[in-house]
Design a protein around this ligand. Structure first.
Ligand SMILES: NC(=O)c1ccc[n+]([C@@H]2O[C@H](COP(=O)([O-])OP(=O)(O)OC[C@H]3O[C@@H](n4cnc5c(N)ncnc54)[C@H](O)[C@@H]3O)[C@@H](O)[C@H]2O)c1
Ligand SMILES: [Zn+2]
Ligand SMILES: [Zn+2]
Length: 348
């Protein structure tokens, strides 16, 4: 088969590799019908993720069709249309049992293994370990292009932003960063009845998109961000402030937007230490959360997509075939210039 292989920092090749095969009785092999690219793939290509070694097939999001199952797989069969999520889980270790498969001890101590510790989904096919507990059947009325964004960005915005931030009915919420993840938080904040959802971004196109995803207000990020948000929230700030960028200054901005007793939910992946005003945050009774997505909300999100409550397909702005995967990376890597959110990649 053909796959996108990491060949060291800045280098990737769409080339022939051996077909994946069942290695353990709990494995399935999935033909990839739809995949996409994540910001994390760009970090890997920059050489920022040391665990990814040369020769690794990239990608951790897919929707596809099962072509083989091991003897131990009971819940799925050849021909099933499935979602391959970013997190793989054994379902039995102490972390899986407490609903935190992001730290599944059986699959390697971290649930994110595709395109990281094992070969990934930017390929014509992928081997999925622990298929019974890791895969999700895609409901008939949910298309591949809707389901693909439930592999990572939508559960991330929902779990690490909205759920961890404890958004309650009537809350005011600010989301700093309106990329795929921030927009996912904006879209799912509505499920909890937020009264005001303020999107903050430097990019005008993204702010316009945020309104389409359910933001009630937008603020162009700059020196006046805090004043603008405070003016929209009775002078005290928002109940929940969500960070979805991953820079020290954007987390600092996010923290500056929250009211006493409020919650800061950091989603951003930070590459360096961040200085925060704990001397002010403690007396303001601020709660702060952060973490790697578990993707355990996928069944609920699939239901909401199937019922039409979440239009996940809106996330896909550009489409490519496998043969155009390098072009897809160019567009996604320069998303602002192309007014792109997420790319949809299919065999043809
Ligand atoms: N915690 C997790 O499990 C998890 C999972 C996936 C992604 N992430 C992280 O979430 C973050 C967002 O991911 P994404 O795919 O949406 O990224 P993205 O690059 O598509 O979006 C980031 C957005 O931030 C905006 N931005 C840049 N500088 C800004 C500034 N100074 N002020 C306000 N906005 C600014 C950009 O215009 C863009 O719209 C990243 O850090 C990513 O690594 C975390
Ligand atoms: Zn990802
Ligand atoms: Zn586990």
């Amino acid at each position: 088969m053909k796959a996108l292989v990491y060949s060291g920092p800045g280098r990737k090749d769409w080339r022939d590799v051996p077909d994946p095969a069942i290695q353990e009785p709990t494995d399935a092999v999935v033909r990839v019908d739809t995949t996409t690219i994540c910001g994390t793939d760009l970090h890997i290509l920059h050489g920022d993720v040391a665990a990814v070694t040369e020769g690794r097939i990239l990608g951790h999001e897919a929707v596809g069709t099962i072509t083989a199952v091991g003897d131990g797989v009971k819940a799925f069969a050849v021909g099933d249309r499935v979602l391959v999520p970013a997190i793989t889980k054994c379902g039995r270790c102490s972390y899986c049992l407490r609903g935190m498969p992001s730290h599944c001890q059986t699959v390697g101590g971290i649930g994110w293994i595709f395109g990281h510790l094992i070969d990934g989904t930017q390929a014509e096919a992928v081997r999925v370990p622990f298929a019974d507990t890791s895969l999700y059947a895609v409901p008939e009325n949910v298309t591949n292009e809707q389901a693909i964004f439930l592999a990572d960005s939508l559960p991330t915005g929902y779990e690490v932003g909205v759920l961890a931030g404890h958004v309650q009915p009537g809350d005011t919420v600010a989301v700093v960063g309106a990329g795929a993840v921030g927009l996912s938080a904006i879209q799912t904040t509505g499920l909890w009845g937020a009264s005001k959802v303020i999107a903050v971004d430097t990019n005008k196109f993204r702010l316009g998109t945020a309104l389409e995803f359910g933001a009630t207000d937008i603020v162009e990020a700059g020196p006046g961000t805090r004043e603008s948000v405070l003016a929209m929230t009775d002078g005290l700030g928002v109940d929940v402030a969500i960070e979805a960028v991953g820079f020290p200054e954007t987390l600092q901005t996010t923290v500056s937007l929250v009211r006493p007793g409020g919650h800061v939910a950091n989603i951003g992946v930070h590459g360096v230490a961040v200085e925060l005003p704990l001397h002010e945050m403690w007396i303001h009774n601020i709660t702060m959360t952060m973490g790697l997505v578990d993707t355990v909300s996928i069944p609920i999100l699939l239901k909401m997509v199937a019922s039409g409550r979440i239009a996940s397909e809106k996330m896909g702005t550009h489409r490519f075939t496998f043969g155009q995967i390098n072009e897809a990376y160019d567009v996604f890597g320069n998303a602002a210039a192309h007014e792109a959110l997420k790319v949809v990649i299919t065999p043809e």
